[in-house]
Design a protein around this ligand. Structure first.
Ligand code: ADP
Ligand code: ZN
Length: 611
């Protein structure tokens, strides 16, 4: 059996081995058992139902919540020579009628469909076609506990009753227990087989930078993008206006960036998304509206310009990088202003307590001085035994020092202003600023005025964040964000306790902002970060292969990654296959792609190597 599964995997998808749990899930479905598969983004869920669909008699019906997701899946399958189609509202009725006819004739192996459409098609499906299995993709949409609840999904409960002999498989990347139970219950699954794979994404590096001033933040971002020359990434921003401003700034630095948020017209949004998917835009400055429904496997990095509101959102957003399993780099910025704004929003929301708690956990993550991945995995109920060595804390453990005097200066200034100042004013007092606000309130007469002049503002911000997290003072969010001392703060202030702080980290000043060398017209592609091409010749060959891929993609009007993945292109460059058979040996190239593209790629390699 195992051999047979591997044959199908190689034949259609070109891969030589299964990812963890894929084989177990496939076997369960082939045995016609109801199955729940929980795997992280990029874990390879699709193949879990696609292989059974190919091996079983009849048509597999796949419920998917978004047209863009269906389109991507169908194009990927068709690119592997598999008969897949989508029945949805973006088709005209003639197309849908013809699809129904093809289903009746048993010509379609996988039929993607939206939940509401499925319900209206039940009389037809039930009567006329042979169904091999039902796959419910993004199955967490069925649960009110999940974050993407869709009322249409709840009606899928009729499937079990109406189709008693057909296996149902539910797939999701949302792991929490309540959602899990809800999926089983709502779908009326019978004796379900449950498969949960690790949610760790070891290929994603994790870094947090706190309290950076605006210009430093920008400088850090420009350096970051410069390092990722031509590699696509997303910058998540807290608001529409931030995403637009940032887009402008990046464009002024010659970076190929676009904005994406709910305020754009549908057309503009769709265009921005399509340009990003097709490698025509390198950087997307987006609000959280961007991401769902994008299966682009070669997003190489994610920056959070602001602190996300929960660990769930954060993990989902960084999860959009490195779906292809190659390295992805993530960077999170956060500052007092984020905390103040998010706290305000959470306290005004319906589920105040829950949202405050979630924000608090997010903050703890950002403040951590232990391995960040351990915190994440722990949050999702998965204990990690060892440090990850791929987060900033692991790579660069924080250095500590006795910060008692610094803390005392700040706390003393808080006390001397009768706890009436906010962070900004406190820093101005400590730095001895002659601002209007300071003079007007007579703060320049305080004993602590200018007592922290030698410490730059950005360091003060960082120390104050630390002090707040150490519980030395609180921010009264509902009283103009004024600062109030706590008991443990008073202990330090009166010399009864010591305060240990972490040395602040700064982005290097030596690295200059990159020159404007990007061209807005050239398309984007992955490069050295993934697998340094060893020679200049390889770089040239890679470029030629990439151009061919782009041409093929444009001719067929599909994204380049659907033709061949970045991983494939790198392997072809390294191995330089000169026969069609050798080309077909490469991981990710199945029989169909071998026949369809082999010759054109080999021609380039042959010409290149005889030159
Ligand atoms: P998910 O839906 O879980 O986010 P996908 O099904 O889109 O993930 O798969 C993510 C990527 O991994 C795809 O590019 C897919 O082709 C690839 N992939 C899946 N299974 C394997 C495998 N066994 N070997 C190599 N690559 C795989
Ligand atoms: Zn770590």
């Amino acid at each position: 059996m195992k051999e047979q599964l591997l044959d199908v995997l190689k034949l259609y998808f070109g891969y030589n081995s299964f990812r963890p749990l894929q084989e177990a899930v496939i076997t369960s479905i082939l045995q016609k058992k109801d199955t729940l598969a929980l795997m992280p983004t990029g874990g390879g869920k699709s193949i879990c139902y696609q292989i059974p669909a190919l091996m079983m008699e009849g048509t597999a019906v796949i419920v998917s919540p978004l047209i863009s997701l269906m389109k991507d899946q169908v194009e990927s399958l068709q690119a592997n020579g598999i008969a897949a189609q989508a029945l949805n509202s973006s088709n005209d009725e003639t197309t849908n009628a013809s699809l129904r006819f093809q289903c009746q004739q048993g010509k379609i192996k996988l039929l993607y469909i939206s939940p509401e459409r499925l319900l209206s098609e039940i009389p037809f499906l039930l009567q006329d076609i042979k169904i091999s299995l039902f796959a419910i993709d993004e199955a967490h949409c069925i649960s009110q506990w999940g974050h993407d609840f869709r009322p249409e999904y709840t009606q899928l409960n009729v499937l079990r009753e109406r189709f008693p002999d057909i296996p149902i498989i539910a797939l999701t990347a949302t792991a929490d227990k309540i959602t899990q139970q809800d999926i089983l219950k709502q779908l009326h699954m019978r004796n379900p087989q449950i498969f949960i794979s690790s949610f760790d994404r070891p290929n994603l590096s994790l870094t947090v930078k706190r309290g950076l001033r605006q210009e430093k933040k920008l400088r850090t971002i420009l350096q970051f993008i410069h390092r990722h020359d031509k590699e696509c990434g997303i910058i998540y921003c807290m608001s529409r206006s931030i995403s637009e401003k940032l887009t402008n700034i990046l464009q002024n630095h010659g970076i190929n960036a676009a904005a994406y948020h709910a305020g754009l017209r549908n057309k503009e949004r769709e265009k921005a998304q399509e340009d990003f998917v097709k490698d025509r835009i390198q950087v997307m400055c987006a609000t959280v509206a961007f991401g769902m429904g994008i299966d682009k496997p070669n997003v190489r990095w994610i920056i959070h310009y602001n602190l996300p509101k929960s660990i769930e959102s954060f993990y989902q957003e960084i999860g959009r990088a490195g779906r292809d399993g190659l390295p992805g780099e993530t960077l999170l910025f956060y500052s007092f202003s984020d905390i103040i704004l998010l706290t305000k929003l959470a306290s005004q929301s319906n589920q105040q307590k829950l949202n405050m708690e979630k924000l608090h956990r997010m903050q703890q993550y950002a403040e951590a001085d232990i391995c960040r991945r351990r915190i994440l995995m722990n949050y999702f109920g998965e204990a990690m035994e060892e440090d990850c060595h791929n987060c900033d804390v692991c790579k660069n453990p924080p250095k500590r020092f006795d910060g008692t005097i610094i803390v005392q200066k700040a706390l003393s200034a808080i006390a001397r202003t009768n706890e009436q100042t906010d962070i900004q004013t406190l820093i101005e007092i400590l730095r001895g600023s002659a601002g209007e606000n300071i003079i007007k309130n007579g703060y320049d007469k305080l004993k602590t005025y200018g007592a922290g002049r030698e410490i730059p503002t950005s360091d003060w911000k960082d120390y104050l964040l630390q002090m707040r997290n150490l519980g030395y003072f609180e921010i009264a969010y509902n009283e103009n964000n004024r600062l109030k001392l706590t008991d443990s703060g008073r202990k330090v202030l009166f010399g009864q306790a010591q305060a240990v702080l972490v040395v602040t980290k700064h982005p290097s000043k030596k690295e200059n902002i990159p020159p404007k060398t990007y061209s807005k017209t050239t398309d984007i592609q992955t490069n050295s970060f993934i697998s340094p091409l060893s020679t200049k010749e390889d770089v040239t060959l890679f470029e030629r292969l990439r151009l061919l891929r782009k041409e093929l993609a444009e001719r067929q009007k599909i994204p380049p990654y659907i033709i061949l993945s970045d991983k494939c292109l790198h392997q072809i460059t390294a191995i330089k296959p000169k026969t069609i058979e050798a080309f077909g040996q490469i991981s990710g190239i199945g029989e169909y792609k071998k026949e369809k593209y082999g010759k054109e790629f080999i021609d380039i390699i042959r010409k290149f190597t005889t030159n």
